[in-house]
Ligand binder design. Structure first.
Ligand code: NAD
Length: 326
């Protein structure tokens, strides 16, 4: 049987680098593409091309065959400190939209049909996420649209772009709306880190009896999905006969203060919580998994604490290694 082939755009990033490993374990020949190699571990890709997916000619050059599966994960993105300050809005919109326009069109021209797009829960309307105890993220609640960031608006535009190529050009599009993915080998100290990594770092860096700085009052809620389950959901969707869009997230909603307490109990440290003003995003968000259960007969189930344990240990090791070098 001929070996299956996959292209992973964004293969130097957090989720993309884990996805490459998973596809390799499944026996695929994998090409990874990114502006950079993965930062924390060597890539497992058979072929890794460093280049800029905003360049349409570059996109055509790397989509030089009819890949069985294309995963479009490349985006200009980061956590609240990157997305909610407003300072990066033009780059986020221009860069991510350009990447999506180019990758999708190059795939269509090479007759690659099956393509996955990583959208985000940030595309849901802000007005449904004001109550931290009862946020709404059913897939059909996306409209009337009102995301709270330009990052979310770009995701919404690109979802529509992918679906238009499916409608007009016969592509087989699969869209997952990721909700706060975390795990080892992701950004933890470069200004793009998201809440779980940032809080693990703050706890790992704090001296016993010290404090942890938290943006906002700590009562804002979220759910967090461990990267392995994100990939499981992604591949199940990709190989199903259904396009989505569908939430790929955890239903275990916690407040940010509760998240910090979990991390502290893993670390064995007792620290003070110090709340300061900072970029926060919506008041509440949780994944609504009714649709994924119905369509894929599967939903994430791993307890948050298990993934946090692995992630905390990896970040603590990074912090200690950085201290050793200083
Ligand atoms: P990441 O930032 O680690 O990975 C994205 C990668 O895209 C980076 O390695 C970056 O270098 C690459 N990239 C950016 N611009 C590029 C360009 N012009 N050409 C080539 N490569 C370029 O992010 P991630 O957490 O791995 O997220 C992957 C995808 O999932 C993104 O589309 C993101 O928006 C989406 N998503 C992630 C989360 C999450 O919690 N991590 C949540 C919702 C959606």
């Amino acid at each position: 049987m001929q070996q299956k082939t996959a292209l992973v755009c964004g293969a130097g990033g957090f989720i993309g680098s884990h996805l490459v490993k998973r596809l390799k374990r499944e026996g695929f020949w994998v090409r990874g593409v990114d502006l950079k190699f993965p930062r924390y571990a060597a890539t497992h890709a058979d072929d890794f091309v460093v280049g800029d997916l905003r360049d349409a000619g570059f996109c055509r050059s790397i989509i030089d065959r009819s890949f069985d599966e294309i995963y479009q994960l490349a985006a200009d993105m980061g956590g609240a400190g990157f997305v909610f300050t407003g300072e990066n809005d033009a780059d986020i919109m221009h860069n991510s939209a350009s990447i999506n326009l180019n990758v999708l069109d190059a795939a269509h021209r090479r007759n690659c049909r099956r393509i996955f797009y990583s959208s985000s829960a940030c595309m849901y309307p802000e007005y449904n996420q004001m109550d931290p105890g009862n946020p709404k993220t059913a897939e059909d609640s996306a409209y009337p649209a009102d995301p709270d960031s330009e990052y979310g608006w770009e995701k919404l535009f690109s979802e529509r772009l992918f679906l238009a190529y499916q409608r007009n050009h016969g592509m087989e599009v699969r869209i997952g709306r990721y909700h706060n993915i975390f795990g080892p080998e992701g950004s933890w100290n470069d200004g793009r880190e998201k809440a779980p990594a940032a809080l693990c770092r703050k706890v790992a860096e704090a001296p016993e009896g010290g404090d942890v700085e938290i943006w906002g009052d700590g009562k804002q809620t979220r759910s967090f999905l461990y990267v392995d389950e994100c990939l499981e959901g992604t591949l199940r969707l990709m190989r199903s006969d259904w396009s989505g869009p569908v939430n790929i997230g955890s239903e275990e909603m916690v407040s940010i203060d509760e998240l910090v307490h979990m991390i502290m109990s893993i670390s064995g440290k007792q620290l003070e919580l110090r709340h300061v003003p900072g970029p926060e995003g919506v008041r509440g968000r949780n994944s609504d998994n009714r649709l994924i259960r119905e369509k894929l007969d599967w939903a994430p189930s791993r307890p948050l604490k298990e993934g946090l344990q692995v992630t905390y240990e990896w970040i603590r090791d990074q912090v200690e290694a950085a201290r050793g070098k200083a």
